[in-house]
Design a binder for this molecule. Sequence first.
Ligand code: SF4
Ligand code: FES
Length: 605
Amino acid sequence: MDLHFAQAEATAAERSVIDLFMEGQPSANGLTEETRLERPRSRELRELLLPGLHALQSGIGWISHGALNHLCEALSVPPADAYGVASFYSMLALSEQAPDVLHVCDDIVCRSNGAMELIDECERVFGPEGTGQAVGWHRSPCLGRCDRAPAVFVQRTGTDDFDHGPVHADLSGRPLDGLAELARMNLELGIDRSTTPQGPAEVRLLRRIVQGVDPASLESYRSNGGYAALEQALAIGPATIRALIAASGLTGRGGAGFPTGRKWDMAAAEPAPRYVVANADESEPGTFKDRLLIEGDPFALIESLTIAALAVGASKGFVYLRGEYPLARQRLAAALVSARSAGLLGDGILGSGTSFDIELRVGAGAYICGEETALFNSIEGYRGEPRNKPPYPTQAGLFGRPTVVNNVETLLNVPIIITGGPEAYRELGTDLSTGTKVFAISGHVGVPGVYEVPFGTTLQDLLALAGGMRNGSSLRSVLLGGAAGTFIGREALEMPLANERAAEYGASLGSGAVVVFDSATDMADIVARIAAFFRDESCGQCAPCRIGTVRQEELLVRARAGFDAAPLIREVGQAMTDASICGLGQTAANAVRSAIDLGLIRGGV
Ligand code: SF4
Ligand code: FES
């Protein structure tokens, strides 16, 4: 093995963190030998790399060369390789930093809701970005808390991370303890539920959340309809489950809109072992629905993924959760423990012959890991770089095995279809976009939050549900589908929100982000931030995206100075769309192009 260890030694504290981490494997995940699929030992060790790096980051506050060497020895991973992985993620620090670090969102929603003032305050109180003795701070891309902008995520050494918003607080004094206290009080007061301002009228996926069912209680979940679908699924068997899902017309809610039933059939036709994965790495600027769905109804995700596993014949599943979602992580981890002790995960689920367990994997701040093959690499302990397709995940996915990856929201539709039947499911929505869609609405609306409406509801009606324009301001544009989506203008307000109808407007619903900008917004600034986002988040693996995202941003700067950049921007955008390996590069020009088309940005463009 190509192991080359530098001279650096781990400190006693670093050794103790790593040794403790290794002792907890695999029992720390609560997995029994039977539920761990056979993999070579070297692969099992390699896949512990990201969790091990997380353990160091949260225990020590950064990852020194000595600590990395010690972890590499324990996992038999070449240090240079591990360094490549550690340096891939923005939540992992490879140089000493303050024990507490604020990640201050300056992305598209927060920057027009006070983030820039908050950044000035951070600079005043803590000093320049990236420095600081006790508290450091960094600008951050969207933290998935756009409903409560401006938002911060606080990484703390030796104690729990937390996120909070809106943060308009005076950061002098003992700022982090104060912010942590505020975040805790908000939870206790139930203010986190203000992110689902909708009533119980027509909601399906949000029902338990708007009714206030306790997300920590398995009993509450079960007495509110939970696990009825799994019981039914066990009785009807895999083929019938897949037939019901196909008949419902359910399509993926993560952005691609692929028919779920077809995906499950494709995986089930491949040889075992197979895996199921819930993609909870929602990082699209403007998107925060999955965070809320997991925080508010964690058992629903566990039940849904268990049914998916039963349907395709998988005995092991993963939830890959965004690293900046500490509350979702805590609640989901607790729910997994409860489900296991109640016999709802593990061997012989509900007394059946079915065995299945779920491992929670936490990302570390890389947007690209939401791409399904990048997500596989991340779980396997490699840099989160997308793979070429084909082969498709249903043929050769996680650990090279057939794998079904579904978005969280997609999965949460499954129990509803099983218990209610596909005909009832299709009663809402359109012929081609069946059921309901959960939208995350943010920006200059009266009541930002997560709203569930039948597909086909018009954009105008959705905005009315969110309280219309804030303080009677007038609408400039809506960014539909997040940074990878498109800007649309007032003339598109009549658009029915269904995948096939959005296409008629040159738009797509994406994962359901709806960011609203009023007429006072500096749109050139917003578009520039989107371009900077893609430049930062490109994994750099393929030239059209690695170079194109940089050129696109540069051209926007020149355009603001009066240069006629539109032709070149379009050319660069086309090259990225045509020749990039994955969806990031293929969509990185969408918002910029649509902003030009709508006349939202000027100065030569
Ligand atoms: S398109 Fe961008 S993010 Fe995707 S593989 Fe290429 S460089 Fe990486
Ligand atoms: S949390 Fe700031 S833009 Fe989403």
